[in-house]
Design a protein around this ligand. Sequence first.
Ligand code: NIG
Ligand code: FE
Length: 389
Amino acid sequence: MNSLPVLRDAYLVMRDGIIEGFGPMSELKDEKLDNDVLVELDCSNRLVLPSYCDSHTHLVFAGTREKEFVDRINGLSYEEIAQRGGGILNSALMIESCSEEELFNSAMSRLHEVAMQGTGAVEIKSGYGLTTETELKMLRVIRRIKKDSPMVIKATFLGAHAMPQKYCDDRQKYIEMIIHEMLPVIAAEELADYIDVFCDKGFYTPLETEQILMAGVKYGLRPKIHANELGFTGGVQVGVKYNALSVDHLDYLSSEEIQTLKGTETMPTVLPGSAFFLGLPYSPVREMISAGLPVALASDYNPGSSPSGNMNFMSAMGCIKYKMTPEEAINATTINAAYAMGVEGICGSICTGKMGNVFITKELPGYANIPYHYASNLIETIILDGEII
Ligand code: NIG
Ligand code: FE
């Protein structure tokens, strides 16, 4: 977590969207310098970093929820708002009447916003549909984004995000619908890479989560789950049991759960945006790192609990509130987050053969300036897929 290799006075060559080579400037061969096919950028006194990977977002949504924001200021809790039919159910209501075209356009503009803030890969969840038709609509929008965006995109099916009000007295009926109606179509049309469940207080129980994950795994969807945002919910244990790629939130995390995560292939992922926005306790990241766990940081970009996808801010939060070193925060938002969304082979570090996704800062004395200036945008140039954006 704390080792971050840095090259000073270095070159980096990309060709056809791929990193072809890098190293000390003194080793840059003349043929590269004289090559008029290459576009040359002078990065003197600047930093070149691998683009951020945001391994947990809900950035396909319709409408905003500032009314709930004000309700919380006036004393209601996130759970109370959800119990009154607000929260996720409110977003579900707004998305139902929204066309695929509108959803696509608004999501693309959010993606453009986060690209300008240094993000190069994004995982996007469904979960505001909560009916077969609208969950599929969301996943089709994500599929279209995959085709049209220069960013690397992964899709996660989150049919079990909230319990639709009409199934409150027969929860199993909705779960059966996820398993027997939604999943077969999603698998047949290859609409998702991962499956997620909001395993938390007032949402899905570990037993319900287990049923859904088991069904997802049968269709080849690896779990990436929401756990321990609102309490100690058993989500970490279920996630590990089903070899989840990541367990996310962890605002509550016991020493036993830290031990449960040790030696597994599951990436503990902390979401500073929602902890900050909802005033949740901050995950014991220092304890996790001391115990030998890796940590990823992601934005959770969504209209209810984290209306921002700014990964500069997430890494600053990592340093300021979770006491991560700048090295740890950079690793958590790049290579570890890449792992948490299954793209570590092509993103998350500057490495020969990986995608040409980097950002170049303004003139800066060092990388600690990025989290230090926590609300500034210090990025000057964005390169995605080898192209300047
Ligand atoms: O990760 N926790 C569940 N899902 C989101 C919140 C979604 C919403 O409130 O719309 C989250 O915080
Ligand atoms: Fe989330």
